[in-house]
Design a protein around this ligand. Structure first.
Ligand code: HEC
Length: 122
């Protein structure tokens, strides 16, 4: 089992990698991986999934006008670098029962770039 120090060290490495994310590259990742189901526009327009404009800092399952699954509504997360980094590689594993039928983004560099991009959409 990992001790607390080891976990903290792992988290530090993860945030260092995230800090290196390239938002411009992340924009391209968004278009290939997410745009089929998500819009990311200030008007908040929904698609198959909720609009992701301003998603960083938002409480999960709370965008008005979108009909979330009860699993997402009950998930009680705040979307930030750490929660997105856990969620996006395996969404249905982190929150079983959600209706985001996306297998996950496993590539760590693409993930860091994508999260950097999501941080700019506000
Ligand atoms: C196949 C369609 C689909 C794809 C592809 C997809 N999503 Fe989703 N996403 C959804 C749906 C549907 C929901 C709502 C889930 C629910 O209510 O259970 C959702 C929810 C979310 C949420 C929670 C938003 C909130 O308001 O709480 C985030 C964050 C998210 N998606 C990010 C992404 C990102 C980033 C990508 C690209 C890597 C992506 N999604 C790809 C369909 C998709």
């Amino acid at each position: 089992m990992l001790g607390r120090a080891a976990i903290a060290a792992t988290l530090c490495i993860a945030s260092a990698a995230l800090a290196d994310g390239d938002a411009e590259k992340g924009h391209a990742v968004f278009h290939t991986q997410c745009a089929i189901c998500h819009r990311i526009t200030p008007d908040g327009a929904k698609s198959i999934g909720p609009n992701l404009f301003g998603v960083v800092g938002r409480k999960s399952g709370t965008l008005a006008g979108y009909s979330y699954s009860s699993a997402m509504k009950a998930s009680n997360l705040t979307w930030n670098d750490a929660t997105l980094e856990q969620y996006l590689p395996a969404p249905m594993k982190l929150i079983p029962g959600i209706k985001m039928t996306y297998a996950g983004l496993k590539n760590p560099a693409q993930l860091a770039d994508l999260i950097a991009y999501l941080n700019t959409a506000k």
